[in-house]
Design a protein around this ligand. Structure first.
Ligand code: S3P
Length: 431
């Protein structure tokens, strides 16, 4: 696909529904005892894999005009399917679902996925689940395909070795049937699981401050959710926000985007870079059953370089490729550190971002745990290989809009472009 240099982007856009919340909504609904209505469930390959997985486990998924209705199995009654569960390309599905499967006593569940998922580690969830009493057999001890053997679980107090919302969520889901399970995180990460479990009536307690939290769950008989409205995805909004900041004379309003503070790291980074992005953000440290939403108003303006340190990384993890792109146009050196986790995403996102942007004319160097970009105020353009990674494909698209010669994005065949209407949305706002 080609993305040519763009004229001003002007207008209002509704971005696709939040992918993280959609996965969680389907999984928690499948664990619930009463039907759950989900409005605005994301329609993308990853989230379709989650619907197929919960259906295989015995939940009934009904597609209605106003959204989905999922009739769950109840906490302890997932059915062992006759065939492996195919997670496709969805890392969040692969890492969250075992939290539920781990306490289906006496049943075993095999999970597998595409070539990219087979390179992504699962030992990070196997280790805490085994400490709780489940058994996990994984390829080479740490990769899919892997089998979760359900068991009676006991509570643990677990310090996350890496700040990962997926691992935290997996342990908290497993902890629902223990007396008490506590997860400590070195720095805060997205908390959609905690909010949704709290909305579903689970006893969730969180203590700590912006430097890290300890979250405890336990003793839950059943979950009941009623209805969920999935907000717009801040990580999808980020691509249009970056385009609005970079393309001359742009002014965009993105409607009803999730502004949970644990997802708003990119907006705070942009603020420091001097970008004009107005939104009523949630205050850092807030917690509750609600997912806040707001309109985001973006204008094109000159930007300055910034440094992103480790504690900010989980709050902007999926947007860091865009920070690299913005760095090309900012005055000074933009640095991202403490982000080694980028190397185990859908692609090695340090290598693919650095190679991809360098191929378009950027002055960018890789670090073991991040990158340094020297802003030149421009980007020539050319060809970018997405390596089957949807966020790389969209990075190339935005780069094309802001470039001098346009960008051709290749290597998208295997990508879950979870922002399927991106080209259409851009077309709708080109003035
Ligand atoms: C996600 C958490 C992040 C993020 C991923 C979605 C989630 O992964 O990169 O796209 O929904 O919990 P990690 O928890 O591995 O950092």
């Amino acid at each position: 696909m080609r993305f040519d240099p763009s004229g001003p982007l002007r207008g209002r856009v509704t971005v696709p529904a939040d992918k993280s919340i959609s996965h969680r909504a389907a999984i928690v609904a499948a664990m619930a005892s009463e039907p759950v209505r989900i409005r605005g469930y994301l329609d993308a390959a990853d989230t379709r894999s989650t619907l197929a997985a919960v259906a295989q486990l015995g939940a009934i998924v009904e597609r209605r005009d106003h959204g989905l209705v999922i009739r769950g199995c109840g906490l302890r009654n997932a059915m062992a399917p006759g065939a492996p569960i195919d997670v496709g390309n969805a890392g969040t599905l692969m890492r969250l679902l075992p939290g539920w499967l781990a306490f289906q006593k006496g049943s075993s569940f095999e999970l597998d996925g595409d070539d990219s998922i087979r390179r992504r580690p699962v030992d990070r969830i196997a280790e805490p689940l085994e400490r709780m009493g489940a058994r996990i057999d994984a390829h080479e001890g740490r990769f899919p395909p892997f089998t979760v053997h359900g068991a009676r679980l006991t509570g643990i107090d677990y310090e996350l070795p890496v700040a990962s919302a997926q691992v935290k969520s997996c342990v908290l889901l497993a902890g629902l049937v223990t007396d008490a399970t506590t997860v400590g995180e070195p720095v805060p990460s997205r908390d959609h699981t905690e909010r949704m479990l709290s909305a579903a009536g689970a006893p969730i307690e969180r203590v700590g401050d912006g430097c890290g939290f300890r979250t405890t769950v336990g003793n839950t008989d059943e979950l009941e959710l009623g209805e969920i409205q999935v907000p717009g995805d801040p990580s999808s909004a980020a691509f249009l926000i970056a385009a609005g900041v970079l393309v001359d004379d742009s002014r965009l309003v993105l409607e009803r985007v999730g502004v949970n503070w644990t997802r708003a790291g990119f907006l705070r980074i942009l603020e420091r870079m001097g970008a004009i992005v107005l939104a009523d953000l949630e205050s850092p440290g807030s917690f509750g059953p609600v997912e806040p939403v707001a309109d985001i108003d973006v204008r094109n303006a000159p930007i300055e370089a910034t440094t992103v340190e480790a504690e900010e990384v989980p709050l902007a993890i999926d947007e860091l490729p865009l920070v690299a792109l913005l760095g090309c146009f900012a005055e000074g050196d933009t640095v991202v550190r403490g982000a080694a986790e980028l190397r185990v995403k859908e692609s090695d996102r340090i290598a693919t971002v650095v190679d991809g942007l360098r191929g378009l004319g950027a002055e960018i160097e890789a670090l073991p745990d991040g990158f340094v970009v020297t802003g030149t105020g421009r980007l020539r353009g050319g060809r970018l290989d997405a390596h089957g990674d949807h966020r790389l494909a969209l990075l190339g698209a935005v780069a094309g809009l802001a470039s001098e010669e346009g960008v051709e994005v290749v290597g998208m065949e295997a990508a879950d472009v979870s922002y399927p209407g991106f080209a259409r949305d851009v077309a709708s706002v080109v003035g």
